[in-house]
Ligand binder design. Structure first.
Ligand code: IMP
Length: 203
């Protein structure tokens, strides 16, 4: 059987494909459906966006779909950029422009007050079946970017546990501890349970 990931984001797709390998399903992405463009994230919460992406893709393709949405929540900025993380510095901006805006906004914030977390909500939709899981990781926003791996805010997200930024970890190391990794691990567990009690789903 097939599952489709409701995303065109290459970095995110690569991470998710690795994570979902254990499900022994064929994981395809929106690249197989170029006619489905970028899905506007019109929700006011991560939960709403994850659900709307999965629902639209499930309706159009007829395949079980996984949607996700992630936000970086910075305590000193009262939870911003949060659900607006992709367009913090404006519409169609680069990752670098978002990072620069974040560092500027936090210019005068002291080390001990630079706490933040990444939060991911993943939602699986297959007709009326709906499963949601969430993952978070706590960290600290650095004063300057460090590392070349990953994407988005990775170079300024320092994880005390690993003593480095996300951008200094390999994809595998990041997946093991990241917000999206944890959300997907939970979602996979829920899916195993779901499929073993409802054998007709996805057959
Ligand atoms: P999305 O809507 O889930 O694609 O995430 C919104 C924005 O959050 C992205 O455009 C990135 O800037 C940022 N983001 C999401 N996931 C990550 C991550 O794992 N590391 C760093 N930034 C991320």
């Amino acid at each position: 059987m097939k599952i489709i990931i409701a995303s065109h984001n290459i970095h995110k797709m690569e991470e998710m494909k690795v994570m979902l390998k254990n499900l022994s399903v064929d994981v395809i992405t929106l690249d197989n459906f170029p006619e489905i463009g970028e899905i506007p994230e019109t929700g006011k919460t991560l939960e709403e966006n994850a659900l709307l992406k999965a629902r639209i893709v499930n309706e159009i393709t007829g395949l079980p779909a996984i949607g996700d949405d992630t936000g970086l929540e910075v305590d000193a900025l009262k939870g911003a950029p949060g659900v607006y993380s992709a367009r913090y510095a404006g519409e169609n901006v680069s990752y670098e422009e978002n990072v620069n805006k974040l560092l500027k906004e936090m210019e005068f914030i002291k080390e001990e007050s630079r706490t933040a977390r990444f939060r991911t909500v993943t939602t699986f939709v297959d007709g009326d079946d709906l499963i949601t899981a969430e993952g978070t990781i706590e960290g600290i926003i650095t004063k300057t970017p460090k590392g070349v791996n990953g994407f988005g805010y990775d170079p300024v997200f320092y994880i005390p546990k690993t003593k480095c930024t996300f951008a200094e970890l390999s994809t595998e190391e990041k997946n093991r501890i990241s917000h999206r990794g944890l959300a997907l691990q939970k979602l996979c567990k829920f899916l195993f349970a779901h499929w073993s009690t409802n054998k007709t789903i996805g057959e």
